[in-house]
Ligand binder design. Structure first.
Ligand code: SAH
Length: 509
């Protein structure tokens, strides 16, 4: 317990697309001691939290509450009184049917200070991502946000069905899927034309977005056929007809594809953002952890003797990162590298090196050890001393070939990759329920680790309807050795190359 009472931030986490979080909300998550979230807030946002922050899931899905609202309230008060700053993430906007008002009142009554950070509400964003502008000068002059949750048998209802039915407003119902039939019946009963356009948008702004359209007359049947469930926004009014012309999000080339990313979490962001931009739903199941080597002495020794080397060769972004981390930890900086020549195995590694103020002298045409060797054939390497800081289990071809060319190579371990089995159960259950469309393999170890997560399961059977995509021939060979024939192999052995090949595959379908 400290004397200080923490502040609770009631944060609108937006409707699902992580990019729709506000900058203020992001800053608040980054500094919070405790992050409390529920099922409508994208779990992706938790990546912004401090690594030592307490992360608490409070659930809430339809009636199936993980923690009751009272318990959530108590939790917020409790954490604040312990002196913690609490980021309370709520789906959409906290004050739009989010019970944020009640949470604020309760905090006030306990003397806990709070702030509200508004968010992009699903009431606007889900229609927008379905190509439905909720206002449009040609169609409507006002909008109503209505709870669809009210018990239809309630006597003293506050639902003004006659007003809703007679106005030309766009009606946006939240929490209304279960009540759809009642909503539609009431509107028609009070005089709304039965050919009024209506749409339901489920999981709007995410790659899982699903839209069903119809008229008041047809929608109940259509929703039944599509088996569309909560959470969805119901939009009613003439603006819905604009979707035919304005739909954009669900037209993206990878829209709706559920793609697994097996790379280490720290490295996944590039692939994740590229695939997400194309409309895919990315599922991160990191099969690899990248850690400092058990024994850091060899790398430290090389750095200590760095003046003896002529070349520094990096085969991966991790090699660059761990090399410089160690250099800085030893109290040195890039000035000790001034006499060296540099080679990088790929453009991303080269970019990372450039972040440290160093431009690579050699960049091979393609991104495999073999091409580095080819690139070296144009420079005088005989009798030169080469430092190769890289992964512990790396392939031996590069040091062997450089040695054959007369170089003196020090192959030192800069980092180790380990199996990450955290996502194992999730992976197996997703595969068993056919909830994965494609899996990306970005290195040999992602394939072998992936296979070891499946353990005794029948991998062939689990992967039967899954598209497997490999970043290049070496990764593909590893896959084949484990009895997986990749459906896709990147032409250029980079993340962008992998994305391009996935795109070509789906466009060809
Ligand atoms: N405060 C939230 C709403 C909470 S009420 C907001 O501002 O968005 C919960 C309801 O919000 C759900 O029943 C559903 O109607 C709607 N909802 C939330 N996220 C949604 C999404 N991504 N797509 C469609 N509807 C969503």
């Amino acid at each position: 317990m400290t004397d200080k009472t923490g502040t609770v931030y009631l944060i609108g986490a937006g409707p699902g697309d992580p990019g729709l979080l506000t900058i203020k909300a992001k800053e608040c998550i980054e500094t919070a001691d405790v992050v409390v979230y529920d099922y409508l807030a994208s779990p992706f946002l938790l990546n912004y939290a401090r690594s030592d922050a307490q992360i608490i899931y409070v659930g809430k899905k339809g009636g199936d509450h993980t923690l009751s609202q009272d318990k959530i309230n108590l939790l917020l008060v409790d954490k604040a009184k312990q002196g913690f700053d609490v980021a309370r993430l709520k789906g959409g906007d906290p004050f739009v049917f989010g019970r944020g008002g009640e949470e604020a009142q309760m905090l006030l009554s306990h003397g806990v200070s709070y702030e509200v950070i508004p968010g992009v509400t699903s009431a606007i964003a889900a229609p927008a991502y379905a190509g439905i502008p909720i206002t449009h000068r040609d169609h409507t002059s006002f909008v109503s946000f209505i709870t669809g949750h009210e018990d239809p048998t309630k006597k003293d209802t506050s639902m003004q069905w006659d007003v809703f039915a007679k106005s030309n407003a766009t009606l946006v119902f939240l929490m209304g899927v279960k009540n759809l039939e009642n909503i539609v019946k009431n509107l028609i009963k009070h005089g709304k034309p039965s050919d009024t356009p209506i749409a339901l948008v489920r999981w709007g702004t995410t790659a899982r977005q699903e839209t069903v359209t119809g008229t008041l007359e047809t929608i109940v049947e259509r929703v039944k056929q599509a088996k569309l469930k909560s959470p969805a926004i119901i939009v009613i009014g003439h603006v819905v007809s604009l979707r035919e012309e304005l739909a954009w999000f669900d037209k993206k080339p990878l829209f709706g594809q559920r793609i697994v990313i097996t790379r280490a979490r720290a490295q996944a962001s590039d692939l994740l953002s590229k695939l997400s931009k194309l409309g895919a739903q990315c599922i991160e199941i990191p099969t690899i952890q990248i850690v400092s080597p058990e024994d850091t002495a060899p790398l430290k020794k090389s750095i200590k003797n760095i003046k003896d080397y002529d070349w520094l060769v990096f085969t991966s972004v991790n090699g660059v990162k761990f090399f410089f981390d160690t250099l800085f930890d030893m109290g040195r900086d890039v000035r000790v590298l001034g006499h060296l020549k540099f080679a990088c195995i790929g453009p991303v590694t080269k970019e990372r090196l450039k972040n440290y103020g160093i431009i690579s002298d050699i960049l091979p045409k393609t991104y495999r050890a073999e091409s580095v060797i080819e690139a070296f054939s144009t420079v005088e390497i005989k009798d030169k001393k080469v430092l190769l800081p890289r992964a512990k289990q790396a392939r031996t071809i590069l040091p062997e070939e450089l040695t054959k060319m007369g170089a003196k190579v020090d192959d030192v371990t800069a980092y180790e990759t380990r199996l990450n089995a955290d996502g194992k159960e999730n992976l197996i259950s997703l595969l068993e329920n056919n909830e994965i469309d494609a899996i990306t393999f970005t290195s040999s170890s992602t394939v072998s680790n992936f296979m070891s997560l499946l353990e005794s399961k029948d991998a062939k059977k689990l992967l039967k309807n899954v598209v497997t995509a490999s970043i290049g021939p070496i990764t593909s060979d590893t896959a084949r050795s484990l009895d997986i024939e990749p459906d896709i192999e990147a032409k250029e052995y980079t993340i962008q190359g992998l994305v391009n090949s996935l795109l070509a595959y789906y466009e060809g379908k």
